[in-house]
Design a protein around this ligand. Structure first.
Ligand code: F6R
Ligand code: MG
Ligand code: MG
Length: 362
């Protein structure tokens, strides 16, 4: 057991209500009851919420990252939520639990995971971002702005504790290799990768003293039937203040909604809307993609909160702008760049159509 705190966030879609839109309250209740009972001796605290059809479990404990007992507790919790989903015939019950051969670590088993271990500071503000109908690359743009763009984060310029910048760890989702960039010195090298957010995604951000600042739920993709699968609806943990970006600097990139991949059938570009937790029920064309920001103060591992940070009226214009962009881009229907390029779509009929028409190509 460590003196350090571990903050772990797990997410899984184990059944949608209705379709892929939300999570039934009985499933959330089951998650809370299970963590409360089975996690009594293991957890310091926990918080359960949902974004769209994904259940998000926020846990604090002293077991470290990748702890078998924590991962087992979470796996069993998702299994129990699946049982409820099956009884209620929720849509796609158990869809994110890939295998029955669970052996102590959830990585590669379907759910998304972001975990970090640190010495809790005298005051420890953290923000947990959770998104639905998009992919891990969705964090590239905001993470760049938060930790490397002085036009977003004035602290990079005027806070002596931040002036030397941050390091980014970037994962190649296909090769499953990672690379570190020290910024601002290597900004331009970093950007050539971050701009290709379909393949290269930020896994973590560190201070120059190697303190962890941010971790995302990035996992490598698996190739199945000639296509890459396994990147879905990510979460992101960011520590804030006292030499790290301020809460407002961390939220600021979302004031100008960027375009992400996902939305209907995981096959479209659309704006990501920052919303309150209550508004985290995507319906229009199964979307548009959305993100919530839950703020907590940690107190010896206790999760004091949440503050629903995007509930602020100051994000109303971002929402309006995102809706305008959504109206515009929807008009393109099945045409790129609303619809994704052929090799990035989650659904495609192209091979079938091609096979049927192959003799007509002269
Ligand atoms: C996107 C998403 C939905 C589904 C769509 C079709 O991430 O979850 O847009 O892709 O509702 O779902 P199925 O194929 O289950 O009917
Ligand atoms: Mg779903
Ligand atoms: Mg989802």
């Amino acid at each position: 057991m460590s003196s350090k705190i571990t903050l772990s966030v797990f997410k899984a879609d184990v059944g949608g209500f209705v379709g892929h839109g939300s999570v039934h309250p009985d499933m959330l209740k089951k998650a809370e009851d299970t963590l409360g009972q089975d996690g009594m001796d293991l957890l310091i605290d926990f918080f359960v919420t949902h974004v769209g059809d994904d259940i998000n479990l926020v846990l604090t404990h002293r077991e470290g990252v990748d702890a078998e007992n924590i991962h087992t507790l979470v796996w069993n919790t998702f299994l129990k939520c699946t049982e409820v989903a099956k009884t209620l015939k929720m849509y796609g019950a158990g869809q994110d639990l890939l295998s029955h051969g669970f052996s102590g670590n959830i990585k590669g088993m379907g759910p998304g995971i972001a975990e970090m271990e640190f010495e809790e500071r005298p005051s420890e503000p953290v923000i947990i971002f959770m998104a639905d109908k998009t992919e891990p690359g969705a964090w590239n743009f905001p993470l760049y702005k938060i930790f490397a763009d002085p036009f977003n984060t004035i602290g990079l310029v005027i806070d002596p504790k931040m002036h030397e910048g941050f390091s980014f760890e970037v994962l190649d989702l296909i090769e499953d290799k990672s690379v570190k960039f020290s910024c601002p010195e290597e900004l331009y090298d970093l950007l050539i990768f971050l701009g290709a957010s379909n393949r290269y995604v930020v896994r973590s951000v560190f201070t120059k003293n190697k303190e962890i600042a941010a971790v995302s739920s990035t996992q490598k993709m698996n190739q199945m039937a000639g296509r890459y699968v396994g990147k879905d609806d990510p979460v992101l943990i960011v520590r804030c203040q006292s030499g790290l970006p301020a809460v407002g600097e961390v939220l600021e990139p979302f004031a100008n909604p960027h375009l992400v991949t996902g939305w209907m059938r995981g096959s479209h570009y659309g704006p990501i809307i920052p919303v309150s937790q209550k508004q985290a029920v995507p319906t229009r064309f199964d979307g548009p993609p959305r993100v919530i920001a839950m703020g907590f103060q940690l107190a010896n591992g206790r999760l004091i909160g949440p503050q629903d940070l995007f509930a602020d009226v100051a994000f109303d214009r971002a929402r309006e702008k995102a809706l305008e962009i959504a109206d515009y881009i929807r008009q393109l229907g099945p045409f790129e760049p609303h619809r994704l390029p052929l090799d990035e779509m989650e659904y495609t009929t192209m091979p079938l159509v091609m096979e049927r028409l192959k003799n007509r190509f002269k």
